[in-house]
Design a protein around this ligand. Structure first.
Ligand code: ZN
Length: 298
């Protein structure tokens, strides 16, 4: 990746783009949900003023920064459609604004994205600590965790104690991926998401969390989630599955499901993370119908 591309996909660039939308459009508001370990603002954009709420999240995992940029691309298109009074996929701007509020949280783990994009500087205390957490390697391309080596998508309060036993069996410690942290919601990034979800849980009609591995949609198969799962699978062509093994503990979708919120993990793309950023347009084209029609469906 060129330095220019890295800068474009960085959490700072995503935040600037969200700020610009909040400044330009009266129906879009910027919400600060907290700070990451390194002091990045964890920022959401709220669009619309209806009671019914939808929440789309990206960037739980550092090397999955593409999800953050794609959610930002959607925020920009949606704001322009609303502003122009246009429709997309049968969604009329005016009816959307009156009946729904979309909350977008594109970068849950800004520090992790920064680490995956820019690596660590050896010779600095912070850099040396990260290199140690990374098993001595200076290659951070596949880094998923936050700045102290906790995987945010294992840090939610769902079967946490059971996962800690599995962690031991599998020799998982603080590092690039899969370490759940010392206790549920121990990380400021997780806490920011949990506070937001708890606050709006009653009015939340769906939670979609975007990752980048496997063209698959994970969910808990229940009467309340089944129709939504079929719908999401139809508009993307992705298969449906229930998470298994280590992936079925401590995730946001699991925790939200335990609160009776219809929740889905959407894994875009195939192959190894990070997905190539040159395919951004392809992925946006694949997800565009899902983004817009979800606003009507849920
Ligand atoms: Zn992920």
């Amino acid at each position: 990746m060129t330095q220019r591309e890295k800068a474009f996909f960085s959490p700072t660039a995503v935040q600037d783009r969200l700020d610009a939308l909040a400044e330009k459009f009266s129906f879009a508001k910027s919400l600060s949900l907290g700070k990451s370990l390194w002091g990045h603002t964890i920022q959401a954009l709220s669009i619309g003023c209806g009671r019914k709420k939808l929440l789309f999240l990206g960037g739980h995992h550092g090397s999955e920064y593409l999800t953050s940029t794609l959610l930002c691309d959607f925020a920009e298109e949606l704001c322009h459609v609303i502003d122009a009074g246009e429709s997309r996929f049968g969604l009329s701007a005016r009816s959307f604004l009156e009946r729904r509020t979309l909350l977008l949280l594109p970068v849950v783990n800004p520090d992790g994205e920064e680490i995956a994009l820019f690596g660590a500087k050896s010779g600095t205390p912070m850099g040396d600590k990260l290199i140690a957490l990374n098993g001595g390697s200076r290659d951070f391309t596949h880094w998923q965790a936050n700045a102290r080596g906790v995987d945010i998508n294992h840090n939610y309060d769902y079967k946490f104690a059971a996962y800690k036993l599995l962690e031991k069996e599998n020799n998982i410690t603080a590092g690039p991926t899969r370490f759940a942290g010392e206790f549920p919601e121990s990380e400021p990034e997780t806490l920011a998401v949990c506070r937001l979800v708890s606050e709006i849980a009653e009015d939340l009609s769906v939670l979609l969390t975007f990752h980048t591995q496997g063209e698959v949609i994970y969910y808990h198969n229940r009467p309340r989630t089944r129709g939504g799962a079929y719908f999401l699978s139809r508009v993307t062509g992705y298969r449906l599955a229930e998470a298994e093994g280590l992936a079925s503990y401590g995730g946001l979708t699991d925790w939200a499901d335990s609160l009776s919120i219809p929740a889905y993990t959407i894994e875009i793309g195939r192959g190894e993370n990070p997905l190539p950023v040159v395919d951004r347009g392809f992925y946006y084209a694949t997800l565009r119908e899902l983004f817009f029609t979800s606003l009507l469906y849920f």
